[in-house]
Design a protein around this ligand. Structure first.
Ligand code: CDM
Ligand code: ATP
Length: 288
């Protein structure tokens, strides 16, 4: 095998996100449900004759060497060298980028996770799922979840995961058109960090599609970025509208694709908006 094309890197939504505390290193202790959805980037990998790792698609604002796909590939290439004494062949990585950056839908993390899973296969590297998750964590708190590959309840900084059955529904997602820097939201003095720990069984037994818990980052993000507040208010007329991750995207659950289309028709033209179906499993699993 010399290439792996059309590898999906789906988005996630944080159905709720509670900040329960802060560790000594400044990272925050969270409880969240990561919902996989069927909307995302698509990556293509082609082995090279040398050992160079290259991104062959331009991505404005993200230099090649700081791209999470290249950083993930570099980590895995070094790990394979350490284990086998042989440096794996280089790779050209192309990407059809559709996910908004700084959108809270995990785009960069998902791209990195798909890169680790695809190259593990292409290089016959043989790392276990847990080993790939451990390798990815320093690059981004959401990367272990995407490698875990199932809609999940997460604790810790996002790395302690257990599968959870999420509602079988559709989502409408609005991009408010701003990039929210995650570190600024977590660093805010206004952030509350004392939400009591919940029992995930209470989420699982919650029969309605909307409304368990809250997103503790939302209050800070909406104050700093008024377009996020505006999107929450607009979408709130159609259901329980909430921000995902540290923002900026805002989502609401709907029962069917028709219901999603009905809301999308009314979204003001100034915002980009899309629909997505809830997924239980990462779509790359069927491919690898
Ligand atoms: C908030 C979430 O979107 C939930 O899905 C993610 O955990 C954020 O993941 P991410 O964008 O990949 O963020 P990272 O690159 O890991 O971290 C960016 C910054 O956010 C802060 N951060 C992140 C995750 C966490 N549990 N506690 C934090 O305090 C840290 O200041 C960190 O430097
Ligand atoms: N392949 C990539 N795709 C998107 N962003 C990347 C990539 N590589 C590096 N980045 C950097 O990571 C930053 C965060 O991007 P990302 O799309 O992951 O944000 P996000 O959706 O807010 O993530 P999260 O939900 O994990 O907070 C970008 O602003 C960009 O500078």
């Amino acid at each position: 095998m010399t290439e792996l094309n059309h590898c999906p890197a789906p988005a996630k939504l944080n159905l709720f996100l509670h900040v329960n505390g802060r560790r000594a290193d400044g990272y925050h202790l969270l409880q969240t449900v990561f919902q996989l959805i069927d909307h995302g980037d698509t990556l293509h990998f082609t082995l090279r004759d040398d050992t160079v790792l290259r991104r062959v698609t331009d991505m404005p604002g993200v230099p090649e060497q700081s791209d999470l796909m290249i950083r993930a590939a570099t980590l895995l290439q070094a790990e394979v060298l350490r284990r086998t004494g042989v440096l794996p062949r280089g790779v050209d990585i192309a990407i059809d980028k559709v996910l908004p950056m700084g959108g809270g839908v995990g785009g960069g993390s998902s791209d990195a996770a798909t890169t680790l899973m695809a190259l593990n296969k292409l290089w016959n590297a043989g790392l276990s799922k847990q080993e790939l998750m451990d390798l990815g964590l320093p690059l981004g708190a959401d990367i272990p979840f995407f490698i875990f590959g199932e809609t999940a309840f997460a604790e810790g900084v996002g790395e302690a995961l257990q599968p959870v059955q999420a509602p079988d529904c559709w989502y409408v997602v609005i991009e408010p058109g701003v990039m929210v820097p995650t570190a600024a939201i977590f660093g805010s003095e206004q952030l509350t960090r004392d939400t009591p720990v919940v029992n995930i069984a209470d989420f699982s037994s919650h029969s309605r599609i909307a409304g368990f818990g809250k997103n503790d980052l939302q209050q800070v993000a909406t104050k700093l970025f008024p377009p996020v507040a505006e999107a929450v208010e607009w979408l709130g007329a159609y259901g329980d509208a909430r921000m995902t991750g540290s923002g900026a995207c805002v989502f609401s659950a709907v029962a069917s694709e028709d219901d999603a289309d009905a809301v999308l028709e009314k979204v003001p033209a100034k915002w980009k908006a899309w629909k997505a179906k809830a997924l239980q499993q990462h779509p790359i699993i069927a491919k690898l």
